[in-house]
Write a protein that binds this ligand. Structure first.
Ligand code: 5RP
Length: 223
């Protein structure tokens, strides 16, 4: 089993009968969702809320029942991957482009669990370019405002066209050498007209499931 499968499957243990479950996006939480599909097949009763069209398709294939926000009062647990995790369990997310829906669902969840292989654990955030989702209208101007924060944004492209999120928006991948004040940066970026959301998840995580240097599972929590 590879690291992603080990931590992904471990997270499924946190899902209990009757729960509303936020289903993240990416190659690590893929294993959680697959495991949940098996558990549902064996009688577990849950309802999922997917963070992307990709995850919705996977959940439907696995016959995991899905619900809309209008049908539920709260989300019991959300499980998702991350691109970077620092020692305060702050995250960079959005490598897969699903950061907006991921943040809405993580924020709404009573418990937010992150699954990550050991390569995602860092001293401080910033080596991974920070994804910032912007509306297409006036994105050239939005870019200038982002640059004024001392950040170097690059428009994410696919086949020489701007990458479009599930929400029809663009993403700037932003080079920031080291992020010292994640909370201020998160708020500063979101104050710019045209910015919809950014991939900094500050003080949102309840537990990170990862592996240590001996490849044993560790559960990191903020005390
Ligand atoms: O934020 C994300 C998608 O928007 C993913 O959770 C993040 O990119 C990690 O993905 P993976 O588990 O494939 O490494």
């Amino acid at each position: 089993m590879n690291e992603k499968q080990i931590v992904g499957e471990k997270a499924a243990e946190y899902v209990k009968d009757g729960m509303i479950v936020g289903l993240g996006t990416g190659s690590t939480v893929f294993y959680t969702i697959k495991k949940l599909g098996e558990m549902v097949n064996q009688g577990l009763s849950i309802k999922g809320i997917p963070t992307s069209i990709q995850t919705e398709t996977l959940a439907r294939e696995l016959k995991i029942p899905l619900v809309n926000f209008s049908e539920v009062d709260c989300i019991d647990v959300a499980i998702d991957g991350a691109d970077e995790i620092d020692s305060d369990l702050n995250l960079i997310k959005g490598g897969g482009g699903a950061l907006l829906r991921e943040k809405i669902i993580a924020k709404a969840a009573n418990t937010f669990i992150v699954v990550a292989d050991s390569t995602k654990i860092v001293e401080s955030l910033g080596s991974f370019p920070l994804p910032v989702e912007v509306v297409p209208f006036g994105y050239e101007m939005t870019k200038k405002q982002i640059i004024q924060l001392g950040i170097e944004p690059t428009l994410r492209q696919v086949n020489n066209h701007p990458y479009k999120t599930d929400n029809g928006n663009y993403i700037f991948d932003c080079e920031i050498s080291s992020i010292f004040h994640a909370s201020e940066l998160e708020k500063g970026l979101n104050m710019i007209p045209g910015v919809v959301e950014n991939g900094l998840f500050v003080k949102m995580v309840d537990a990170v499931i990862t592996l240590d240097s001996k490849k044993d599972i560790v559960i990191k929590k903020i005390n």
